[in-house]
Design a protein around this ligand. Structure first.
Ligand SMILES: NC(=O)c1ccc[n+]([C@@H]2O[C@H](COP(=O)([O-])OP(=O)(O)OC[C@H]3O[C@@H](n4cnc5c(N)ncnc54)[C@H](OP(=O)(O)O)[C@@H]3O)[C@@H](O)[C@H]2O)c1
Length: 325
């Protein structure tokens, strides 16, 4: 028997239950990981609320963790019992002591990276890798807008952008978060609790706006984001922290300057073991060189996952949050 967080109906954090369960034996191509640390991500709240439907109920939760391989399937040759590993996508169930997932979703963890650091950086760091290096391949010298710059993904985006020589303008909701984003490497911050985002972006870019805007907030910021993209620029809508963007009239892209828009996912970019490994290699190299540092802003016991999600949804967290089994 092991412990995990599960939910049997959709709702707020109160539907999360800390329960005994019997972990399955790994299938032929699967690995069972004894989690040492687990990442908390906004996507977990979407599965809990039902915005993203899980395959079945009751369901486990969470897609990010780091730990030790505890059992391997008969056809798995690339991992052995005792290997240190980390993962960021895959079947729900990372909020657990033992998690079974396809070997294709795992990468080996370099010794220099602790389990806690890995759980804090895998999903968010790989996301920043594909957002800044693939969705729009930043060259250095650009001025970009990134919403929720003091959050989990945002904190890594500030650091990575600075390392690339990119001026990141980050939106935040408080002076404390502005200080955090600046300390992480943001070139400028906009506190939307009392500043007009579009006017500030126009000032900061000498009226040119941004060639790319990264928006993980969604519904509340969609219109603002469109107004901050330069003609023929790209809006990357990659999340729904305030709710999903729906009912878009494509004509708005014409009106705002022949804009492009994309709605990418990490799973869509790390969709083969080779692509996952190459993205992880770049992330680990950024960590090894000291250009990227892992900021664990918040730690919770696994059993307190509901409290952790409440804090995340209430905008009370900065940086990454991890759960400890
Ligand atoms: N597509 C992908 O591949 C992918 C991968 C990872 C994450 N994401 C998305 O990226 C976003 C950030 O994820 P994260 O886990 O790092 O979370 P996070 O940024 O640590 O937390 C979300 C932040 O969004 C801001 N926010 C603005 N309006 C909000 C609202 N109505 N409710 C809650 N928060 C609001 C808050 O920052 P302020 O207080 O400063 O406004 C809050 O701290 C999420 O939308 C997530 O789904 C997408």
């Amino acid at each position: 028997m092991a412990k995990r967080i599960q939910f049997s109906s959709h709702g707020g954090p109160e539907v999360l239950e800390y329960r005994d369960y019997q972990p399955a034996a790994p299938g032929a191509h699967e690995v069972r990981v004894q989690n040492q640390a687990i990442g908390l991500n906004f996507i977990d709240t979407y599965f809990r609320s039902g915005l993203y439907p899980p395959p079945a109920l009751p369901s486990g939760l969470g897609t990010e963790g780091a730990g030790i391989v505890e059992a391997v399937g008969a056809a798995v040759s690339q991992f052995q019992v005792g290997d240190r590993v980390a993962y960021a996508t895959g079947p729900l169930g990372a909020y657990s002591e033992l998690h079974v997932l396809p070997a294709s979703k795992l990468v080996k963890l370099p010794q220099a990276i602790s389990f806690e650091q890995a759980a804090a950086v895998m999903l968010k760091g790989l996301t920043v890798q594909y957002l800044l290096r693939q969705v729009y391949a930043l060259q250095g010298g650009e001025t970009i807008l990134f919403h929720a710059a003091a959050g989990g993904v945002g904190s890594f985006a500030c650091q990575w952008a600075k390392a690339l020589g990119v001026k990141l303008i980050g939106t935040v909701s408080s002076a404390e978060k502005a200080a955090h984003a600046t300390q992480q490497g943001a070139w400028a911050t906009i506190d939307y609790s009392h500043e007009d985002v579009v006017q500030r972006v126009l000032q900061l870019t000498d009226g040119n706006k941004c060639p790319v805007v990264y928006d993980g907030v969604g519904k509340d910021t969609w219109d603002t984001s469109l107004d901050c993209v330069a003609p023929r620029g790209l809006l990357v809508s990659f999340g729904n922290a305030s709710g999903a963007v729906t009912g878009v009239n494509l004509g708005i892209l014409a009106q705002k300057g022949s804009l492009f828009v994309t709605r990418p996912t990490l799973a869509g970019y790390a969709d083969t073991p080779a692509r996952l490994q190459s993205m992880a290699d770049e992330l680990f190299a950024m960590l090894a060189s000291g250009q990227l540092n892992v900021d664990i802003g918040n730690r919770y016991a696994l059993k307190d996952a509901a409290a952790a999600q409440t804090a995340l949804s209430a905008r009370q967290t900065t940086g990454s949050t991890i759960l400890l089994p």
